[in-house]
Ligand binder design. Structure first.
Ligand code: PLP
Length: 406
């Protein structure tokens, strides 16, 4: 018999605990800065207008059915998704050196990539994660048997990139390690390398024969410009790296619960590339079959429709600018309020950082005071979701921060 009573209690997911505490708080001015999902200026979820339109088109399609998608997913999505991240004219695509699988959003793509690498990457590779990184990375990789280590990333003193620390750790890692990189809008810090720094990182990875694994959860959502947010990935691809990419459509389409995403594998240029890709795709299909059989259809159809229709695509770009624009405006407003209040410390990092999150530099003690004194909910590491700020609460939040910092 399975001794079920020996199963230990798992620690509570800190983010879900935070959300529950927020929901239970009756205070009318409470502020939720924990949630990693876009909110409009009224603190409400926002269905992108282009998604509404695509939804209507799909619902009125008499040919729509509920059959299984192929194991690799909807090819209209995977093909367009590869072009979106790599650029339509990428040599990796024209030389047919890529294979793409539709996955259970970005999480599923990270998982499928981890599983694939743990089975087929030669030796016992370690995957190097930024310190800090998305809370789920470590457990996803450990669940598939990939040991992880960390490289320094965030400088507490500058609240920017610890570039020297990052480079030193990547240089010290054994040759042919796997290096996980956030493509843009690093979660949780909001700190990205500059193009010049990415160039150095690529050179270092090349020198060490490391394998880059890009996690891309915010393309277009970060800057409002799809190409700009894909710069690092495209640069690495242009340098002929063998690499993989996890791509999420949760944030940039607002399709969080529909679980639309893709995993892309790119192999080296060369005469064997097509055969390599064919073998890799056969193995990925086996893994996918045993894990999920077939990926979910609905969100994939929405995203595919938008990605393949020039008019809808242009509207999507507008919607991306709406979301990223509001977040950038909130960064500006928060910094201005804190500077107006002469809150001790420097606050330029709020506008220097990019994307959904900001690492404020607030201590755990200050975070807890913000919760008990002002009903502001954020993770203990001082991360705030910029999407939780709006024109109605940014001043309230700034004043609350001012009080706990003094
Ligand atoms: N990777 C990073 C860095 C993220 O921030 C997220 C979401 O917060 C994901 C992956 C995966 O998200 P999803 O599975 O909802 O696409």
């Amino acid at each position: 018999n399975f001794p079920a009573d020996t199963v230990p209690q798992a620690p509570e997911d800190p983010l879900f605990g935070l959300m529950a505490a927020y929901r239970a708080d009756p205070f009318d001015k409470k502020v939720d800065l924990g949630i990693g999902a876009y909110r409009d200026d009224n603190a409400k979820p926002w269905v992108l207008p282009v998604v509404k339109k695509a939804d209507e088109i799909l619902r009125n399609d008499p040919a729509l059915n509920h059959e299984y998608l192929p194991i690799a997913g909807l090819s209209d999505l995977t093909t367009a998704a590869a072009k979106l991240i790599l650029g339509a004219d990428s040599p990796a695509l024209t030389e047919k050196r890529t294979h793409s699988m539709q996955t259970i959003s970005g999480t599923g793509a990270v998982h499928l990539g981890g599983l694939f690498l743990s089975k087929f990457f030669p030796g016992k590779p370690t995957i190097y994660l930024s310190d800090p990184t998305w809370a789920n990375h470590k457990q996803i990789f450990s669940n598939v048997g990939l040991p992880s280590a960390v490289y320094p990333y965030f400088s507490k003193s500058t609240k920017g990139l610890d570039f020297d620390g990052m480079k030193a750790a990547i240089a010290a890692a054994p040759n042919r390690s796997i290096i996980l990189l956030h493509a843009c809008a690093h979660n949780p810090t909001g700190v990205d390398p500059t193009p010049a720094q990415w160039t150095e990182i690529a050179f270092l990875l090349r020198t060490k024969n490391h394998f880059p694994f890009f996690d891309c959860a915010y393309q277009g959502f970060a800057s409002g410009d799809l190409a700009r947010d894909a710069w690092a990935v495209r640069y690495f691809a242009s340098q002929g790296f063998e690499m993989c990419i996890a791509q999420s459509f949760a944030k940039n389409f607002g399709l969080y619960g529909e679980r639309a995403g893709c995993f892309h594998f790119i192999t080296y240029p060369g005469p064997n590339a097509t055969q390599t890709i064919s073998r890799i795709s056969s193995q990925l299909a086996v893994l996918q079959r045993s894990e999920i059989s077939n990926p979910p259809a609905y969100g994939a159809r929405i995203a595919a429709l938008v990605l393949n229709d020039p008019v809808l695509f242009a509207q999507w770009e507008d919607d991306l600018r709406t979301m990223s624009g509001r977040i950038i405006a909130m960064r500006k407003a928060l910094r201005e309020k804190l500077e107006e209040l002469r809150t001790p410390g420097s606050w330029n990092h709020i506008t220097d950082q990019i994307g959904m999150f900001s690492f404020t530099g607030l201590s755990e003690k200050q975070v807890l005071e913000l919760r008990s004194q002002a009903h502001v909910y954020m993770t203990k590491n001082g991360r705030i979701s910029m999407a939780g700020l709006n024109s109605g609460n940014v001043e309230y939040f700034a004043r609350a921060v001012d009080r706990v910092v003094r």
